[in-house]
Design a binder for this molecule. Structure first.
Ligand code: SF4
Length: 450
């Protein structure tokens, strides 16, 4: 049996796609082995979101070539899409496939095995208007299943290279989304995270369908699905219809990730983010009114070119005012090829680091405050893994409102929906005690995901 090994860099979408690529290999009779073992084929799914992403991708490619110089080394993903020439120059790289036409990957590999000629299968992504289907029936090491519903982005924020690696926005056929979701539930997953590059932009390229309708159909048509999580939603995508769906839903979790990036109008303008702080705040107020207690997380970039102390403080105050339950703080990264990388007034690393620390400190305070409201409450948790703490074994998982919880319980509970009482709130995790299992139904729906 031929063997294949994978290494994935970057985001959830890449991890999702590696599982889809692995599924294709499996159907072609391959066996999967660990990346540090000898393999006939190595597939490296690369990331290009920062210059460091490129560098790390190159390192991993070289590692694969060293491991088995006779193997076929196939490079795919975002860095492969944007810089195929650079990758071809790395000695030992045999096949390159970007972020589309993955269905050709195995043919290219077999062709290379016959001819020994390098193959560059990357084509222009900007011309692509169709979502590329890939089956992902299960995940190798996760309890939470991702489901990719869309590809690409039309926004072209000045700091971001992603539209160049993923192309323009295109949505997955709704029937295929429902079918994939049902397959995942049948494989034992309780929670599905809807993922994409600009996830809630789903439907913007369709005339008679939209994101709200997809949510409604997932809720009503997928048997046995317990939780739906949206990986990210822009403020502008929180329409009245989406609010109504969230309000009525029993499955969509009480958590939204709504990227902010900056809480200063002048910085937002330089980022080309297409909204003001006033607009963003208004959306938050509206959704909080409909869904009190909603956990809102966000991304913030600190040290964007030209960011003054005053602008940083505007962001700081705005973040405090919104009261997020957690923030992902990123120091601005000068991504070659983006307009922001060429801007004057780049912020010194020292200042950037200082501001990052200040913002992380604020995020920690806000997270603790949000969690403290849930002390003594009984919440639904899906334990995802076992964690060792000295001599004791704990289970760890997330509540629907995205609190990380540790509690003592049997490993058989992993992947199930259970009730846990929060006994001590905190950050990065809360402590709790197991109350009971929510669903004891026998059969496929209760199988452990592998
Ligand atoms: S919205 Fe902006 S940051 Fe997000 S993928 Fe599109 S261009 Fe990049």
């Amino acid at each position: 049996m031929p063997t294949v090994a994978f290494h994935t860099l970057g985001c959830k979408v890449n991890h999702y796609e590696t599982e889809g690529i692995w599924n294709m290999f499996k159907e072609n009779g391959y066996e999967r082995v660990e990346f540090d073992r000898q393999s006939d084929v190595y597939v490296i799914n690369t990331c290009t979101v920062t210059n460091t992403g490129d560098k790390k991708s190159r390192q991993v490619i070289r590692r694969a070539v060293r491991k088995n110089p006779d193997a076929v080394v196939c490079v795919t993903g975002c860095y492969a899409q944007t810089s195929p020439g650079e990758i071809m120059e790395i000695p030992g790289v045999d096949v390159i496939v970007g972020t589309q036409n993955r269905k050709n990957m195995i043919d290219y590999i077999e062709q290379h095995q016959r001819t020994r000629e390098p193959i560059n299968g990357v084509s222009n992504i900007m011309k692509n208007r169709v979502f590329e289907e890939m089956d992902v029936p299960a995940f190798t090491d996760r309890t939470r299943a991702s489901l990719k519903i869309q590809e690409g982005c039309n926004n072209f924020c000045t700091f971001c290279i992603i539209p160049w690696s993923r192309g323009l926005l295109r949505s997955r056929d709704p029937e295929n989304v429902i079918e994939q979701a049902q397959n995942l539930v049948d494989a034992g997953y309780k929670e599905i995270v809807l993922t994409g590059i600009h996830t809630a932009g789903y439907g913007e390229d369709m005339n008679d369908y939209n994101f709200a309708r997809l949510l409604r159909e997932l809720e009503t048509r997928v048997d046995g699905l317990k939780r739906i999580r949206i990986s990210s939603i822009e403020a502008s995508q929180i329409t009245d219809e989406v609010i109504d769906v969230l309000d009525k839903s029993e499955k969509i979790v009480r958590h939204l990730h709504i990227p902010l990036q900056a809480g200063s109008d002048s910085v937002l303008h330089r980022m080309r983010r297409k909204y003001s702080t006033g607009y963003y705040k208004q959306k938050i107020d509206k959704i909080r009114k409909a869904l009190p207690g909603l956990a809102i997380t966000s991304d913030v970039i600190v040290g964007f070119p030209g960011e003054t102390k005053e602008e940083f403080m505007e962001t700081y105050q705005f973040v405090r005012e919104i009261g997020y339950s957690e923030l992902h703080v990123f120091p601005f990264s000068r991504r070659t090829g983006t307009p922001a990388a060429r801007m004057n007034d780049q912020v010194d690393d020292d200042i950037k680091n200082e501001r990052v620390n200040q913002m992380i400190e604020l995020s920690n305070q806000l997270a603790k405050k949000y969690a403290s409201d849930y002390e003594e409450e009984v919440l639904e948790v899906i334990p995802e893994e076992q964690v060792d703490e000295g001599s004791a074994n704990f289970l760890q998982g997330y509540t629907d409102n995205y609190l990380k919880v540790r509690f003592s319980g049997s490993p058989e509970l992993i992947g199930k929906l259970v009730r846990v009482k929060i006994t001590k709130s905190g950050y990065p995790y809360n402590e709790g005690v197991f109350v009971r299992v929510m669903d004891d139904a026998a059969g496929a729906a209760d199988k452990q995901p592998i």
